[in-house]
Ligand binder design. Structure first.
Ligand code: ADP
Ligand code: ZN
Length: 733
């Protein structure tokens, strides 16, 4: 038999199918080791080069003379790692995003498995075999082992050896008194106590939503439900229904929403049928969870973006919670959209794709309004609990009144009330570090990173400056390197400043802080959120990380500092992002028990985005936003394309940029009406990790030229200069 193999090298020059002879029973989808070219030392051939590959087909005949075909060297796992659906997705991904087939296939295999860093874990277990085997009186340890094994069914070999000595255990095994068995063990993250949890009785609105989805013949469904409207229960119900029909399910959430509460709820509901793939797991745990899905033992894959490639067959439903979240766009090649991937999988499996959010992206909501997606609307919270009242605090008047703290009078008063009532509060801040930039007040000098050309951030805990793009650290300045002035200051409010102000205002309150600086380690943010959920703190202060999905029943107050910050970013989505952020953060308040409140602090209270957010007017916001986008020709009324050119060699990058730009200009000359904008420039961040960054930025009327734009990128990429395309990039830095 012959195997068609894709070698695991993501390079266009080897992006073909190679043939090897293989054993008769080799399943399609297996990962194998194959000889590929030769190894050379000092210009001389020193033997075969062996690399990994994926078997994508098996045939009886070879297309080459059989004597020229080399045999496969080894097979990794007994069971094929790839599900058959991979191959059709591989074709779509590699042609849509112009990546080699190997790069597309890599998405389907956990990286720790590909790199050979983890394998199955085995342990040895010992059982009593024959209690009639004679043991000499002197062998007290052997006797003790046998006595123990009379009382328990089996023991772990290593712990038995630790307690009684390996000599005794091995001697018993040799005599045939005990039996040692090696078994694969699963490193499951589910070993914590699992509470029983009964499904809730659905409300009328929830039941209606589920019927609306099941009875519609559309593939994609969008649930627009206010925060606290019970969307999670709808998802869990849809998953349970799919499982009861003998199918499988994928449930995606932004990584940050995989909170301890969410995880324990899912475990309680689905037990061992659910496998959880998230970055808080060890490589071994992820590996075992992945194989539980592949083997069919687990039927529900739960995780962030990459779990869309979970190795499940026979999908019954795919759910994407918080569908507007920017983490669903991959920022490394292939730069896929998770929703697009989910659509492909839903079509392949003939199942439904359910998107949910309190603040859908205008793109998704637009599709729903056009009738391409089935729209389900939930306008009320569970138990008709009111949405929290949002109070606007005008910070300009606070400054005028001489208030220099980060807290308005309104927020201070509400905090005092909340604490007095024994409730919890969340203070949300859109930044990290004590402050942002370090600036010389005399000459305007700003401290920047030598590698990355971005402003450095001051971190008071370590009294140093850090680059958030490459992590480089610098000493804090005492004088300006440009003018020698000593008025070097850091300005603006950061989490630490807020914490310091809070401590001064409410010395009794217990604070807990969560941002990229305090969260570290495998389950850092789970621990912090868990502590807060257990009411071990009164106030949680944090950045974007605390905005999403959390359900803390005792939180009755949310303070939003610098609510307008995100309005000033130079991004066409800044209005949308601000609306989403305010709605999501506000949604953490008053979810159970008492009614909630939100204090929104801003320097521009008259801004229309804030007005819509304060009134929870999503459709008002949407209509207005679409009008603006249409008038200014921004997505979804256009396509923003950025061709990035990056290289350590500045001259090469510039030369390549020129070639890329000319090619784009030629397209423009051919079809001038397609182009709204075309230019080339330095990227806003001129250097990241020693690589110079340039870009050709264009805005196009439609997707018609997209393929030709990818052509340009593929053609101009060289060994030392990477050229790639970003579609509607979430971040233009
Ligand atoms: P969303 O995801 O829409 O923000 P959640 O799913 O977190 O809302 O639900 C909000 C709260 O309502 C949760 O505490 C949840 O346990 C509760 N809840 C949801 N559905 C029901 C129901 N049918 N009966 C009672 N409580 C419910
Ligand atoms: Zn840097």
């Amino acid at each position: 038999m012959f195997a068609q193999v894709i070698v695991d090298i993501a390079h266009s020059q080897v992006d073909k199918i190679f043939e090897y002879s293989c054993p008769d029973n080799l399943p399609v989808g297996s990962r194998v080791k194959v000889p590929f070219g030769g190894r050379f030392a000092g210009g001389r051939y020193v033997g075969e080069n062996i690399i990994d590959g994926f078997v994508i087909g098996i045939s009886e005949q070879s297309t080459f003379p059989p004597e020229k075909v080399k045999p496969i060297k080894a097979v990794f796992e007994e069971a094929p790692a790839l599900v058959p659906e991979c191959f059709s997705l591989m074709e779509r991904i590699s042609s849509r995003y112009r990546v080699p087939k190997a790069a597309a296939l890599r998405l389907f295999v956990p990286s720790e498995m590909r790199l050979g860093k983890v394998r199955e874990a085995y342990k040895k277990f010992v059982k009593l075999k024959d209690s009639t085997v004679p043991i000499s009186k002197a062998a007290k340890k052997q006797r003790a082992v046998l006595d123990l094994l009379q009382t328990v069914e089996e023991c772990e070999y290593t712990s038995l050896c630790n307690d009684f000595g390996a000599a005794a255990v091995n001697a018993l095994a040799e005599k045939g008194a005990i039996e040692v068995e090696k078994r694969q063990i699963k490193r499951s993250p589910l070993n914590a106590e699992i509470a029983e949890e009964q499904p809730k009785t659905l409300t009328y609105a929830q039941g209606n939503a589920i019927d609306g989805i099941e009875n519609s013949d559309k593939t994609v469904h969008l649930i627009h439900g206010v925060t606290g409207s019970g969307k999670t229960e709808i998802y869990l119900n849809l998953i349970a229904r799919a499982i009861s029909r003998g199918k499988t399910a994928i449930f995606l959430v932004p990584e940050i929403s995989l909170t301890p509460q969410m995880l324990s709820q899912l475990r309680a509901r689905f037990k061992g049928e659910a496998a959880i793939l998230h970055s808080g797991l060890s490589a071994g745990e992820r590996f075992d969870e992945w194989w539980r899905l592949r083997s069919g033992e687990a039927k529900i894959a739960i995780g962030a973006r990459s779990a869309i490639f979970a190795p499940l067959e026979n999908l019954g439903v795919i759910i994407i919670d918080e569908e507007h979240d920017s983490s669903y766009i991959s920022e490394t090649a292939p730069r896929y959209s998770t929703i697009d991937m989910a659509k492909l999988r839903a079509q392949y499996n003939g199942c439904k794709l359910v998107l949910g959010s309190a603040t859908p992206s205008v793109e998704s909501y637009g599709r729903a309004v056009e009738g391409k997606f089935n729209l389900i609307t939930l306008t009320e919270r569970i138990n008709k609990k009111p949405l929290p009242e949002i109070i606007i605090a005008d910070m300009r008047s606070e400054v005028r009144r001489g208030n220099n703290t980060a807290f308005s009078l309104a927020l201070r008063e509400e905090l005092a009330k909340t604490l007095a009532n024994g409730n919890q509060a969340i203070i949300f801040l859109n930044r990290r570090g004590y402050s942002q930039t370090v600036i010389c007040r005399d000459c305007g000098y700003v401290a920047k990173c030598e590698n990355c050309d971005v402003s450095l951030t001051y971190h008071s805990e370590e009294n140093c400056l850090k680059c958030h793009y490459c992590g480089a650290r610098y000493k804090m300045l005492t004088a300006c390197p440009d003018c020698g002035g000593v008025h070097v200051r850091y300005g603006g409010t950061g989490t630490q400043r807020v914490v310091a102000d809070l401590k001064a205002l409410f010395p009794e309150a217990k604070l807990i802080r969560m941002d990229n600086d305090t969260v570290s380690g495998k389950d850092g943010h789970y621990k912090i959120l868990h502590k807060f959920a257990q009411k071990q703190a009164d106030i949680l202060v944090g950045t974007q990380m605390i905005a999403k999905g959390h359900d803390f029943p005792a939180v009755t107050l949310v303070g939003i500092l610098d609510a307008d910050m995100s309005l000033h970013f130079s991004d066409y989505r800044s209005g949308e992002r601000t609306f989403q952020l305010i709605t999501q953060v506000s949604g953490r308040s008053g979810r159970a028990g008492e009614a909630g409140k939100v204090v929104l602090q801003t320097y521009c209270p008259e801004n229309y985005i804030l007005r819509y957010a304060v009134n929870y007017d999503y459709t008002g916001f949407f209509d207005n936003e679409m009008r603006v986008r249409k008038a200014t020709l921004f997505p979804p009324y256009s396509l923003i394309c950025r061709i990035m050119v990056t290289s350590e060699n500045d001259a090469l990058a510039l030369e390549t940029l020129k070639a890329v730009y000319f090619a784009a200009e030629e397209l423009k000359n051919q079809q001038p009406t397609e182009f709204i904008f075309l230019n080339r420039m330095h990227s806003p961040v001129k250097k990241i990790q020693k690589k110079h960054r340039y870009q050709v930025l264009m805005r196009l009327k439609s997707y018609a030229l997209l393929e030709k734009i990818y052509d340009i990128a593929v053609k101009n990429t060289s060994a030392n200069c990477l050229v790639y395309v970003e579609e509607n990039p979430a971040n233009l830095s």
